[in-house]
Design a protein around this ligand. Structure first.
Ligand SMILES: O=P(O)(O)OC[C@H](O)CO
Length: 376
């Protein structure tokens, strides 16, 4: 498909996903029913499509919807269910949670008491050290998954270590990484975090080849691009895992994939992850919640249920651009996980729309008002 074709289909997807402002207006009122000379909200919105689009965006928009938490439906709404729910709260907080903290503590003790000596004492035998460290990281991730009673179904062949391949997955939470890492020690490319997560990133995870960057630093992006190219050449390196959306999305949508993973000249292995929200919403809304609070929320829920599909590897087709390739892979992942594709750049979460875009909208609005005045 040509890039124009893709763009057209993306914008029509956006149109379909756009809220209908009519749905939010009081029903049963028409312009004719209003007393003569009195303006209704409907009249005002009728002045220009831009104005009604702006009103629609204030009420709801498909970009914000990608990053909205969707907690499970409350079910404790009657006199029989409420005591049951209270009983569940007591079990989850007073029995399950302490047991899970214990599991995690045991995991950390085993992990650190093995990882530190291996890391320090096996410096001379690099191959053996890397092998043991890989197993230990996988084991620690399994402890994390156990600490939320993770019920994960993996479908398809497990990833193997081969040169010139990169795994890409949709992204809902940093727990995606933990869920994938417990099966295969991937080298992941991720945003650098502060606090204890940052400490783990720069110590333990760096030893499995993970690469960290700060998305606001243009300099970091160049360094990461070079590290990626070097990493995929090494036959003995852990398989590379990238979340090309670059940010966590709520597992109902996929936002545009960054093209970096698709211009490395590697085979791209898509991985689709779909969480079942029966017990808890696994979306990490990092603007509202720290990762520690997110983990505590998971550890006090009944279970985290999800499906992971390792999909058929894909290569760049003749005449296909990396952007088209990224869209094709996004389509495969979204289709498998039942996610809706929206043509948004997830980084817009962190930036304001460009002045050019704003000016174009202002120009459209001014033109529509002038046209209307001339008609009178
Ligand atoms: O949802 P964000 O943008 O805070 O991204 C969080 C992590 O960096 C994703 O791994």
């Amino acid at each position: 498909m040509s890039s124009t074709g893709k763009l057209k289909s993306s914008s029509s997807e956006l149109d379909l996903d756009r809220p209908n402002i009519e749905d939010y207006l009081p029903s049963g009122t028409t312009i004719q029913q209003e007393p003569h000379g009195k303006l209704s909200l409907r009249d005002l919105l009728d002045i220009s499509p831009t104005l009604s689009e702006a009103a629609g965006a204030i009420v709801d928009d498909s970009f914000t919807r990608c990053f909205k938490s969707n907690p499970p439906e409350p079910w404790n709404w009657n006199v029989y269910l409420f005591p049951l729910w209270c009983f569940g709260v007591v079990v989850r907080y007073l029995i399950l949670f302490p047991a899970r903290v214990l599991v995690l503590t045991i995991g950390w003790i085993i992990f650190l008491s093995s990882f530190i000596p291996v890391h320090l004492l096996l410096k001379a035998n690099d191959k053996l050290r890397r092998k043991i460290e890989r197993c230990l990281v996988e084991m620690m991730c399994s402890f994390f998954v156990a600490s939320w009673t993770g019920v994960v179904r993996y479908h398809g062949p497990r990833p193997s270590r081969r040169p010139k391949q990169v795994f890409v997955a949709n992204h809902t939470s940093m727990i995606d990484f933990i869920i994938l890492e417990q099966m295969t020690a991937f080298a992941v490319i991720m945003q650098k975090h502060p606090g204890w997560v940052g400490l783990l990133q720069s110590t333990i995870l760096e030893s499995v080849g993970c690469i960290w960057f700060n998305r606001t630093e243009a300099k970091d992006r160049e360094i990461v691009a070079k590290k990626l190219r070097d990493h995929v050449q090494g036959a003995d390196n852990n398989p590379l895992l990238i979340f090309p959306e670059g940010t966590c999305v709520n597992n109902h949508y996929t936002v545009m994939f960054k093209k970096g993973a698709f211009e490395l000249g590697c085979t791209v292995c898509p991985v689709a992850i779909k969480y079942n929200k029966i017990f808890v919403d696994a979306f990490w809304n990092s603007r509202k919640q720290s990762f520690t609070m997110h983990l505590l929320q998971l550890m006090t829920s009944w279970a985290v249920v999800c499906d992971v599909w390792y999909l058929e590897p894909q290569s760049l087709k003749p005449g296909e651009t990396p952007i088209e390739f990224a869209e094709r892979v996004r389509d495969i992942i979204s289709h498998r996980a039942g996610l809706k594709m929206v043509p948004w750049d997830g980084y817009l979460k962190y930036s304001r729309p460009s002045p050019k875009h704003r000016e174009r909208k202002q120009q459209n609005f001014a033109e529509s008002v002038l046209r209307r005045l001339e008609e009178k």
